[in-house]
Ligand binder design. Structure first.
Ligand SMILES: [Zn+2]
Length: 69
């Protein structure tokens, strides 16, 4: 069963599960790139799927993309 995400729920998730802030005020679907503000002050764009499922919860400076770990 799919969980229905709304911008309010996403904002709550972002606040509770990361140091970042959600700047986007409308959610149109899982493929939409959302705008976040990192705790370092940088803004970054990411889909909520990546943010949530891939643990990409900071900007590329604080959390550089890695192929493998
Ligand atoms: Zn950052």
């Amino acid at each position: 069963m799919n969980k229905r995400w709304t911008i309010d729920k996403i904002e709550k998730f972002v606040t509770e599960n990361s140091d970042s802030t959600l700047l986007t005020k409308e959610y149109h679907g899982f493929s939409q790139k959302l705008l976040f503000k990192c705790s370092c002050g940088n803004n970054f764009e990411k889909t909520f799927t990546k943010f949530k499922n891939k643990n990409q919860r900071k900007c590329d400076v604080c959390q550089p993309p890695k192929e493998s770990r």
